[in-house]
Design a protein around this ligand. Structure first.
Ligand code: ADP
Length: 519
C-alpha cells in the first residue's frame, strides 16, 4: 500500500475516532449550556417583568397603607373639610353617592377618582397644584351607619413619596415574592430603578449588572408618569450563566486547540514511524536483492568458465570483465553498507590529509569506467590544471564520487551521457557529476539525502538500490566541512555537486595524515 494512502487512512481514522467525537461532545456541551442559558434568561425575563409589576402595584398599596395609618386616628381626619364639601358637591351634582360603588368612574367625576382603603373610599384629587408635581390625597370616612363623617387629606409629592418608600416596597412588601419560577431567580438578584416622568432616576435598590433580561412597568393612579425598571444584579444567575457559557466556549476552544496540536504531532509521529518501519523492511529486501544479483552473475560466469563452455579468448575476456564489473559493484555496495553502519554509530574513522582532486577523480573514474563503457554511456570530463588540494579522506571522497556515478548510470534512460566537471570555487573545489536521466522533482530534492529514501518514480522501481548512497555521501561531505548541491529538472537530468574546502596549505604537507571520526 502506498504510504500516502496509508497516511490518509490514518488521518481519516484519527479524525473519525478522535476529532469528530471530541467536536461532537464539545458541540453538544455548548448546545446544552446554551439551552440552559436561554431557559434561565427566559425565566429571569418573566421574573423581572413580574417584579416590575409587583413594585408598581406595591407603591399604591404602600400609599394606601400609609393613608390608612394616617387617617385611622380621629384627629387625622377632616383636616381640610372644604374638600369633603367639594367632593360631595361634585358627587351630588352628578347624582352619585358614596356606597354606590367603591371606585367612582373618572369619566363621571373628572378631577377626582376613588379607591378603597379597606372599607373607606379614598379620593385622589387631580393636581390643582400640578405645577409643583403634587397631588391631593384625601380620605373619606363613614361611620357605622355608613354616613360620611369626614374627609381629610394632604398634598402628596409623588417623587418624594416614591423615593422614600422604594426600599420598603421592594424589600418589605415584596419579600414574600423572594423566589418564584422554580426558585432560580431571587429578590436579592433584582435591582430596582425608579424613573421619573422626565426619565431621571430618582432612586434605586441594588446596583444593576447586565440588562439582558430587564423589564419596566409604568405606575398608575397618583403616580402616573413614573416607572420602575427591574434588572439583574451582577451576581444574578442570569448574568453568570452567560459568562459561564463564554468561559465554556473559550475553554472548549482552548482544549480543541490542544487536541488539534496533539493530533497533528501524534499523526506526524505515527506516520513517520510507519514510514520508517516500511522503509526499513524495504531496505532489507533491497539490500538482499542488491547483494544477490552480482553474486549470481559472478557465479554463473565462473561456472561457465569452469565448464570450459567458452571457446574463444575474446569470450573468456568478456566473462572475466563481467566478473570484475560485478565484483567492483559488490565491493561498492558492501563498502556502502559498512560505512553507513559506522557513520550511524559515529565510528567511521576519516584519515584527513591533503587530497589531489584531479588524481582522485581520474583514478575513481578509471575504476568505474568498465560500467560506463559496458552500459554504452558517452563520458566527458573537465579537469582544469592547477587545481588546489582539498583537505579530506581520499577514500571517502572517492566513495562519494563512485556513488554519484553509480546513480548517474542507474537513473538514466535512453540519453546516456555522463559528465564530470571539477572546478575551483571561492569556498573550495567542486566536483560535479551530471547525467541526462530521469531527473528529480524539486519537492523530493531534499528528501533524497535521507537514509533509506528511494523515490516512487516508475524507473526507480526497476533499478536496484538500497537508498543509502546519497545519505552516505551527504554525511561524508558534512564530516569534511563541505556540502552537496543538487540541480535537477525532471525528464532533463541531474547534476550533483560536491564542494570540499581547500587544504589549509603548506603547514600541513600532503600525505601527513590525521585521524578523525565522523559523528
Ligand atoms: P539508491 O540509488 O540506492 O536508491 P540513493 O541514496 O543513492 O539510493 O538515492 C536516493 C534516491 O534519489 C534514488 O532512489 C533516486 O530516486 C534518487 N536519485 C539519486 N540520484 C539520482 C539521479 N542521478 N537521477 C535521478 N534520481 C536520482
Amino acid at each position: 500500500m502506498a504510504t500516502s494512502t496509508f497516511s490518509r487512512r490514518i488521518v481519516m481514522m484519527m479524525a473519525l475516532g478522535v476529532a469528530l467525537p471530541a467536536m461532537a461532545l464539545a458541540g453538544l456541551g455548548i448546545f446544552l449550556t446554551l439551552r440552559i442559558v436561554q431557559a434561565v434568561e427566559a425565566e429571569s425575563r418573566r421574573y423581572h417583568r413580574y417584579m416590575a409589576q409587583q413594585v408598581a402595584e406595591g407603591f399604591e398599596q404602600e400609599l394606601m397603607a400609609h393613608l390608612r395609618d394616617a387617617s385611622a386616628p380621629a384627629e387625622n381626619v377632616v383636616r381640610t373639610g372644604g374638600d369633603r364639601a367639594r367632593v360631595l358637591a361634585a358627587l351630588e351634582s352628578r347624582g352619585l353617592e358614596f356606597g354606590q360603588a367603591h371606585v367612582v368612574d373618572l369619566a363621571q367625576l373628572p378631577d377626582y377618582f376613588m379607591l378603597l382603603v379597606e372599607s373607606q373610599p379614598l379620593v385622589y384629587g387631580a393636581a390643582q397644584r400640578g405645577s409643583r408635581g403634587e397631588r391631593f390625597v384625601g380620605v373619606m370616612l363613614r361611620d357605622a351607619e355608613g354616613d360620611i363623617v369626614g374627609a381629610g387629606g394632604w398634598w402628596l409629592e409623588s417623587r418624594v413619596f416614591l423615593r422614600d418608600h422604594l426600599t420598603d416596597v421592594v424589600e418589605d412588601r415584596l419579600a414574600s415574592n423572594e423566589r418564584i419560577y422554580g426558585g432560580l431567580e431571587a429578590l436579592r438578584h433584582v435591582a430596582v430603578v425608579l424613573v421619573a416622568p422626565d426619565q431621571q432616576e430618582i432612586g434605586r435598590v441594588r446596583n444593576p449588572g447586565s440588562s439582558r433580561t430587564s423589564s419596566s412597568a409604568r405606575l398608575e393612579g397618583p403616580f402616573a408618569g413614573f416607572s420602575v425598571s427591574t434588572l439583574p444584579t451582577p451576581d444574578a444567575p442570569v448574568a453568570w450563566t452567560r459568562q459561564f457559557l463564554m468561559f465554556e466556549v473559550g475553554f472548549i476552544g482552548l482544549m480543541g486547540l490542544v487536541i488539534a496540536i496533539a493530533l497533528v504531532f501524534g499523526l506526524r509521529f505515527t506516520v513517520r514511524q510507519i514510514e520508517l518501519a516500511r522503509i526499513k523492511s524495504s531496505f532489507v529486501s533491497n539490500v538482499s536483492h542488491e547483494l544477490k544479483t552480482p553474486i549470481s552473475l559472478i557465479r554463473i560466469a565462473v561456472e561457465t568458465l569452469e565448464m570450459q563452455r567458452v571457446t574463444s579468448p575474446e569470450e573468456t575476456k568478456k566473462f572475466l570483465r563481467r566478473i570484475r564489473r560485478e565484483a567492483i559493484r559488490l565491493n561498492q555496495l558492501v563498502d556502502n553498507i559498512l560505512d553507513f553502519a559506522r557513520l550511524e554509530a559515529g565510528q567511521r574513522p576519516f584519515r584527513f590529509g591533503a587530497v589531489d582532486v584531479a588524481e582522485l577523480v581520474r583514478e575513481t573514474v578509471d575504476s568505474f569506467r568498465i560500467r560506463i563503457e559496458d552500459q554504452g554511456f558517452a563520458f566527458a570530463m573537465e579537469l582544469p590544471p592547477g587545481l588546489p588540494a582539498v583537505r579530506g579522506d581520499a577514500n571517502a571522497i572517492a566513495q562519494c564520487l563512485l556513488n554519484l556515478l553509480d546513480n548517474a548510470v542507474k537513473y538514466s534512460r535512453t540519453r546516456r551521457e555522463i559528465r564530470i566537471v571539477v572546478a575551483t570555487r571561492p569556498d573550495g573545489v567542486a566536483i560535479s557529476v551530471s547525467d541526462r536521466g530521469i531527473g528529480i522533482d524539486p519537492r523530493d530534492q531534499k528528501r533524497i539525502f535521507e537514509k533509506f529514501v528511494r523515490l516512487d518514480s516508475g524507473l526507480v522501481h526497476d533499478v536496484r538500490g538500497a537508498g543509502l548512497g546519497l545519505s552516505l555521501v551527504s554525511q561524508i561531505v558534512k564530516a569534511h566541512g563541505g556540502r552537496i548541491e543538487v540541480n535537477s529538472v525532471p525528464g532533463e537530468g541531474s547534476t550533483f555537486t560536491l564542494v570540499f574546502p581547500p587544504d589549509p596549505g603548506v603547514a600541513e604537507p600532503q600525505g601527513e595524515l590525521q585521524e578523525r571520526t565522523a559523528s
